[in-house]
Ligand binder design. Sequence first.
Ligand SMILES: [Zn+2]
Length: 343
Amino acid sequence: MNSALINPIKIECPLCGELHLVDRRTRIATATIKGEIIKYQEEYYVCENTEDGENEFVPSKVMDANLLAARDAYRSAHQMFTSQDIINLRNRYGLTQRELAKLLGWGEATVSRYETKQIQDETYDDILHVVSEDALEAKQFLTRNKSSFDESRYFELATLIEKDIERTSSDYLTRRLLLSKYSEFQNSPLLTGGIELDIDKICNMVAFFASHCIGLFKVKLMKLLWYTDALFFKEHGRSMSGLVYQHMPMGALPVGHYELMNLVPHEEIYNDYENTSYRILPKEQYDDAVFTSEELDVLYRVFRKFGSYTGTDLADYMHNEVAYIQTADHAYIPYSLSAKVSL
Ligand SMILES: [Zn+2]
């Protein structure tokens, strides 16, 4: 049975009546929801003073959490908003449960119900998707239901949503610009590593290095990306990101690096009139689970090797790579040479 221990906790055990350590465990369970059999992760407790077969119990609070996990598994399987998606949406626009309900013109308890127990109807789910995908829609809902809010709160929320509109539309334009830069490489698999530019993947690779390295600057990041792509190509026959790299004085630099920096959280540090350093900031909700195990393996090996290098150390190291020595200034670095990476 695929059961895993979370931790032992001391409670008044309802089975044997003693105050003792019981094991909190999880396992994959099934539930029938809307006529469908759904697999989900269930939590349960085990008392070791009681004989097998009768030694399991689920406190009522945990029972509620299990029900929610089952419903969220159903929602995920149907591409519906999960309870966590709704919480993330509220946090993004700075809304409480009641405020999101008022903004959408729903009954005041509706959002709270969706976050804790009930699965939303399709129409309600469509609306959640719409206001999440397009902040302009959220703004329109807010305007429509303005009378449900205090004037000052209304203006606060309007400002928060407008900021989101600004950010998401500039991200959108930056992505379009990057894709247009890469359209000329469509038929050059040796330069792209055989895959289309994967902007989300790149943002996650940046987030990986930003959350693992202490103080990550642009010069170093660009080379970490190259080493990751080169090593991945060497072992899996394709790049991880689809980035095209150029031979530059400080090592490999991806085409579109300026646009890429605009897509990742960073701060600009002015050293003097001539020089600006870009420090990459760790992403708040970074999670290794966005990568496959093969990708993570390569990412961790690159990090273990170069994590403590400075940008200059790494540029010096890269200057000895075959891929660097055998390409001219400003030339694109083909993945056939990248595969000779020394790591
Ligand atoms: Zn017990």
